[in-house]
Design a protein around this ligand. Structure first.
Ligand SMILES: *[C@@H]1O[C@H](CO)[C@@H](O)[C@H](O)[C@H]1NC(C)=O
Ligand SMILES: *[C@@H]1O[C@H](CO)[C@@H](O)[C@H](O)[C@H]1NC(C)=O
Ligand SMILES: *[C@@H]1O[C@H](CO)[C@@H](O)[C@H](O)[C@H]1NC(C)=O
Ligand SMILES: *[C@@H]1O[C@H](CO)[C@@H](O)[C@H](O)[C@H]1NC(C)=O
Length: 173
């Protein structure tokens, strides 16, 4: 059910062997398929021109979350055709319930966990927030080559009846 394709990332890092030293987030965008069930009250990027940009958001949860699949897509924008670095899905409710079973994903989740209120299990019936998330390259499990990236996190909630998206673009230099 859960798979994280890190292989491609490693290969790309080897091809574009450059040491990255910082990241700049250009924009971040939040949307939901049905604002009467899930609605972003805030979605903002502070200091977005600088390398220590901070992302915060607040989602109003107006329908309890019984199940939720999360998909993380990362594209490396190089040349004419972007390279799909990562396209992995996982069951968010399973992850929250049993973090020890999913070591690799859990480790990535740990990077942001203490800045969110995602600390209990489904069904989830309160608003969700993330405060002052930063892109800290030192915490990444693998090296990231320099260049432009596009990233999209999709949440398919309650058997896909609701969709929540956070997407953005960044440059690693
Ligand atoms: C933000 O998301 C909306 C809805 O998906 C899209 O129409 C819009 O183009 C996005 N903005 C940017 C800057 O990509
Ligand atoms: C990621 O996988 C999903 C499901 O297989 C697919 O619909 C989507 O187009 C893929 N995304 C990219 C960027 O290739
Ligand atoms: C979850 O986090 C909130 C805010 O940090 C805290 O008040 C609450 O007690 C935590 N719940 C659990 C089950 O850890
Ligand atoms: C987020 O950062 C801003 C500015 O740096 C600060 O004022 C605010 O208190 C921080 N919020 C939290 C919850 O840490």
């Amino acid at each position: 059910m859960m798979c994280v394709k890190v292989l491609k990332c490693l290969i790309v890092s080897l091809i574009f062997q450059e040491v990255s030293c910082g990241a700049q987030i250009h924009w971040i965008n939040c949307s939901t398929s049905d604002p009467s069930h899930f609605k972003f009250a805030t979605c903002n990027l502070r200091n977005f021109k600088k390398s220590d940009a901070q992302f915060s958001c607040y989602v109003q949860v107006l329908e309890p979350i019984r199940d939720c699949m999360v998909r993380l897509e990362t594209l490396y924008l190089v040349g004419r055709k972007p390279i799909v670095l990562l396209n992995a899905s996982c069951d968010a409710c399973e992850l929250l319930k049993n973090r020890k079973r999913f070591v690799a994903v859990s480790r990535m989740f740990d990077i942001i966990a203490d800045k969110t209120n995602l600390n209990h299990t489904c069904p989830y019936a309160h608003n969700i927030f993330a405060n002052n998330l930063t892109l800290d390259l030192h915490k990444f499990p693998f090296p990231m080559p320099r260049g432009k990236y596009y990233m999209k996190v999709s949440f398919f909630v309650n058997r896909d009846t609701n969709k929540v998206y956070v997407e953005g673009a960044a440059t690693i230099f």
